[in-house]
Design a protein around this ligand. Sequence first.
Ligand code: 6GU
Length: 213
Amino acid sequence: MRFDIISIFPEIFDGWLSQSLLARGQKKKILKLTAHNLRDWTDDKHKTVDDRPFGGGPGMLMKVEPIMKAVESLKSKVKSKKSEKARVILFSPRGKKFTQTEAKRLAKYDQLILICGRYEGVDERVADYLADETLSIGDYVLNGGEVAAMVIIETVVRMLPGFIAKTESAVKADHAQYTRPEEILIAGKKRAVPKVLLGGDHKKIALWREKHS
Ligand code: 6GU
């Protein structure tokens, strides 16, 4: 699966992209992730990506042309194979709420083109005519779509066959868990691991886990 991120701050993704799990997924050719600089699709001296809103108002909006050129060029990278399915997603606090169900749906595409909005917003024609859908990760406002893109990519890649090694779990344990030490002083009080987990009674452990899930 291919992820093409369009952003005016592509460096935001560098450290995150080199993190072990994502790097391993790329090495195993399960995914290919690229953060592109929107300014690469401008042709003026100042590489302008924003402009003032018609009708007035404070702040600047992201322009439609560079985004249009970026989407067109990134789509053509994969389109050569006709069967490949691409999806263009715009991130906005006004979008549809992203959930695990949405992640499952998105994992079926061959390419996601992710548009990270910044500033006070994006020319509405991006949402109306360029993006297939607009997503939000929750009811709060971020500075831009970059963090939302990371959230969505991490959720989607976990569903890709082979991304999670067999020894790991695609779904995190839904019960309380402990590791060593068996006992520790926290703010002067002894805090111990539940005794049942230290013994070998698997039936009792399963019961305890069910109760603490
Ligand atoms: Cl996708 N973008 C921004 N700017 N803020 C958000 C968001 C997205 N989702 C929740 N808040």
